[in-house]
Design a binder for this molecule. Structure first.
Ligand code: SAM
Ligand code: GLN
Length: 296
């Protein structure tokens, strides 16, 4: 490689780390690239000698990151709660606010006291929500849907790699929102959890280039006011949920009042908004009345 002296000189990871820090201006990404390419343990790996093959892999990843590709796609995986999920351009990068969505959903499931709940994740992408629920809630059965075949392929790979017997309890289904589910699930679902697209068409220009240029548009954008997908998810929920069932969905902070209103308008009786880690309104939890006959 030759940057650290003569071609024969042994190059150590510390010099590649310095190179990446300098070129990216970002020490976290530099460290992740070193850890990933070397497979070594931080910080001991910095003293280890770089092999030709791992060095080439590192330089290729560094070049991709320099061109603006999100670090998560460059690494090819990203952590979400207890999972290490494979991610590529077919799926949205799983985000910290969605970890909070799962946290809120788990709390609501615990509150409801249902053993082995039936949960639906609409628009599963990498499978982040669905697989987390299956791994973290003993015996939960989960339907995970998406319209995108590419996303379902990624979710399927992630499911195969998940422990806790999750693979046997998560069913993947392709289709347009509720249309992906078998009709006989109607009226039986304990909870629907969804992080649908919620960016308004007019807001796309304001997204950071790392998001707008690299992540799938169909994972992000939902009509003129960003509410097209949330309307479908909420309006369909009363038909699929059992009486007393709940919906938990992610939204943009400025949509909180509108989304709460949509939930109350379709028959949910309690609709609360929870904050994300930054303290912004991010998660709606709405619960159907108990014992009411569901419209079919
Ligand atoms: N659940 C994942 C997460 O939280 O990281 C991905 C969420 S991403 C914001 C929204 C997902 O909805 C994408 O995977 C996208 O393919 C899917 N989607 C978009 N339109 C859809 C539709 N009409 N029916 C089903 N899924 C759809
Ligand atoms: N949090 C994403 C963003 O801002 C939006 C995700 C979504 O639409 N569900 O960019």
């Amino acid at each position: 490689m030759g940057r650290a002296g003569t071609a024969a000189a042994a190059e150590r990871w510390s010099s590649l780390y310095d190179l990446a820090r300098e070129r990216l201006g970002d020490r976290s990404s530099a460290r992740w690239l070193v850890e990933d390419a070397s497979g070594g343990t931080w910080p001991g790996v910095l003293d280890e000698v770089v092999t030709a093959r791992t060095g080439e892999h590192f330089m290729a990843m560094l070049a991709r990151r320099e061109r603006g590709e999100p670090i998560q796609y460059v690494l090819g995986h990203w952590s979400f709660r207890r999972l290490d999920l494979m991610v590529d351009r077919r799926v949205l990068v799983p985000r910290p606010e969605t970890e909070v969505v799962v946290e809120v959903a788990l709390a609501e499931l615990a509150r409801s006291g249902v053993a082995q709940p039936l949960v639906v994740d609409l628009g599963t992408g990498s499978g982040a929500i669905a697989i987390s629920v299956a791994v973290e809630v003993a015996g939960a059965r989960v339907w995970a849907t998406d319209r995108s075949p590419g996303a379902l392929a990624v979710a399927s790979a992630n499911l195969s790699g998940a422990g806790s017997g999750a693979a046997g309890r998560v069913q993947l289904a392709r289709g347009d929102w509720w249309g992906a589910l078998p009709p006989d699930l109607a009226g039986t679902v304990d909870m629907v959890v969804s992080n649908p697209p919620y960016v308004a068409e007019g807001e796309v220009a304001d997204l950071p280039p790392e998001v707008a240029d690299w992540e799938p548009g169909e994972a992000l954008v939902a009509g003129p006011d960003g509410l097209d997908a949330l309307r479908v998810v909420l309006a369909g929920a009363p038909r699929w949920l059992r009486p007393g069932g709940a919906v938990v969905c992610e939204m943009a902070p400025h949509q909180a009042e509108a989304v709460r209103g949509l939930a109350l308008a379709v028959g949910f009786e309690r609709a609360d908004v929870h904050a994300d880690l930054a303290g912004r309104d991010r998660v709606l939890v709405a619960v159907l009345p108990e014992g009411r006959r569901q419209p079919h």
